[in-house]
Each structure stands twice: as C-alpha cells, then as structure tokens.
Design a protein around this ligand. Sequence first.
Ligand code: AMP
Ligand code: MG
Length: 342
Amino acid sequence: MTIVINMREGVDRRKIKVAARFIEEGKLVAFPTETVYGLGANALDRNAVLSIFSAKGRPADNPLIIHISDFEQIYALAEDVPKEAEILAKHFWPGPLTMVLPKRENVPKETTGGLESVAIRMPAHEIALSLIRESRLPIAAPSANISGKPSPTLAEHVVDDFYGKIECIIDGGETKIGVESTVLDLTTWPPLLLRPGGLPLEKIEEVIGEVQIHPAVRGKEVDLAKAPGMKYKHYSPNAEVIIVEGKKERVKERMKELVNEFKERGIKVGVMATGEFYEADECFNLGESEEEIAKNMFRALRELDKRGVDVILAEGVEERGLGLAIMNRLRKAAGYRVIKAE
Ligand code: AMP
Ligand code: MG
C-alpha cells in the first residue's frame, strides 16, 4: 500500500512527521523539489538506499544525490570542502545546484555508486526541506521515475511509476523548474560541469570563473564517464523522439514537412512545439521561453506517450542558459536522433 499525502496547499507539520518517520524506518518516500520529484531514503542506510535502486531498476553504479537542509550538514558527508563550495552555496543554495566533493567514510558506497566522491545539494522547496529537517537525516533521492523514463514533474507521474511499490508519495503540485539540478564536480580544478540543469552554467561562472564542460554534456554518449549516470539512456518515452535542429524559421518549415510525411505514411505523430501550431495528430505546446520549455518538457513526453503517438518531433533550442539542459535531456530522450533543418 502506498500512502499519498496531499500537500498542495503547503507544508503540513503533522503530515511531514508521518513521512519523516518512514524515512527514519528506512522506507521510501517520494517528495517534490523545485526541480523534479525525488524518490527519497536515508542516505546513510545502505539497505534503504538499495531499495531505491531496486524500485527504480537503476543500475548500481549510477550514483545518487544527497539532499540536505542546512549547509553545516555538508561537513558530515564530505571532506576537504573547498572555499568555492561555500561561496557557491551562499549564492545558489537552496537551489538547483549539486556539488560533487570527496566523500567521508560514513557515506555508504551504495549511495555513491561505488565512487569515492559524493554529490550533495540543498533543494529550494519547503516540503523537501521540512522532510529533511524533521527526519534529521540526509536524504538520498534520484528522480522518482522508473529508470530510463522521463523525470516526474507531477505527483501523478510518480503514482504512475510507483503506486503500490513505495511507502509514501507527497503531492506538492507541479514542480517549478522541471529539469534536474546542475551537477558540478569540485574535486578537480577548474570545476567540471557533469550535467547541465536548472542552474545555468553562465550563473556559476559569474561567481567562480571558468568551468570546464564534460564532453558528454553536449555530445554523444560516452563509454566510461566520470559520472556513470551519463552512459545510460534516459528520459525515454515509448514513442521514438526526433529532434529537428537549425535556424528557427527553417526548423518550423522542416517540422511541418515531417508532420505531413509521417501522416501520409500512417504514422501517428506528436509534436513538442514552442509557440507554433502544427497539424500533427497530437500537439503539446511547451511555451516559448526557456523556463516554460524546461518546465513542460518531461510532462509533454509522458503525455504524448499516453496519447499513443508513434513518433514525437521536438524543436531544438539554443544551447545557452537553460537551453543547455533542455538540449541535453532532449538528445537523450531522442537517443541522439537529430535531423538538421538546412
Ligand atoms: P538523478 O538523481 O537521477 O538525477 O541522477 C543523479 C546524477 O548525479 C547521476 O546520474 C550523476 O550524473 C550525478 N552524480 C551523483 N553522484 C555523483 C558523484 N559522486 N560523482 C559524479 N556524479 C554524480
Ligand atoms: Mg534521474
């Protein structure tokens, strides 16, 4: 049985206590953050952490992010915390920035996917923060989706994937940002961007100067990445996703041609559009700003799938600001299938 707790109207102390109790008992609680929903467990309890991996069907070498509610908790999880981590935390925590640091011995290898480093962040969401505070534990939480599926931005998505399989789901309504956190490795210098996310790279560079970008961020899949999570196919709906990239006007023309070609061949086609209307079988308008596209992208992938399309066409966006995270997720969802509109 799964308890679904409604907290759409805001934090309810009494209900948080119930959920925190589950965390203390080593059980799984899905909860909202500002990025996407997380599937949480006590980060220091190896059995609890192992049950995250088995519930998700997540490969054991794909490390988890540990969520904290107070900066001081970082010192109990990581050692040799550089000054830059403190500076970044002052600027961006709570918020969608995950920092990778050398791990302390008390952090189980299960949590870090066997690595000697640990990924930590402080979420900017009152439900998440209250849950961490109330349980008095660091909470390991990957996105609350079955491994390989699009990340959940609504409690309904978590219900679809985990109802009956976990102890508790806290419904806090739609998540604000819609893409996961930015992951920055601070165990090397200059720091290395491992995953673009809700905090744009440009903002980080304004504070600490130049950041290196891992080749997997923009490019193809890598065989053996420093963040093992990079090598797995991600965010994939059942439909085949195809990205159309190029100059904006040409992309829209090419999309229209492709919609017609698919329809003529009897293939049910869905479109993830940015402002433009397409005469596809199903059209999901993401909105036009980077913020709207990021917020709606995963939901669109899930919904178009539910509507039973065979193919999903997506417009590429420019790779700056949030656009870097949007394209990173889209490329993975598309299995790197890209059509250039020339
Ligand atoms: P998820 O929680 O599903 O958004 O995935 C967490 C991601 O954070 C992983 O797939 C890695 O890319 C990254 N990550 C977590 N821990 C580490 C670590 N110790 N070193 C490098 N990357 C990490
Ligand atoms: Mg994930």
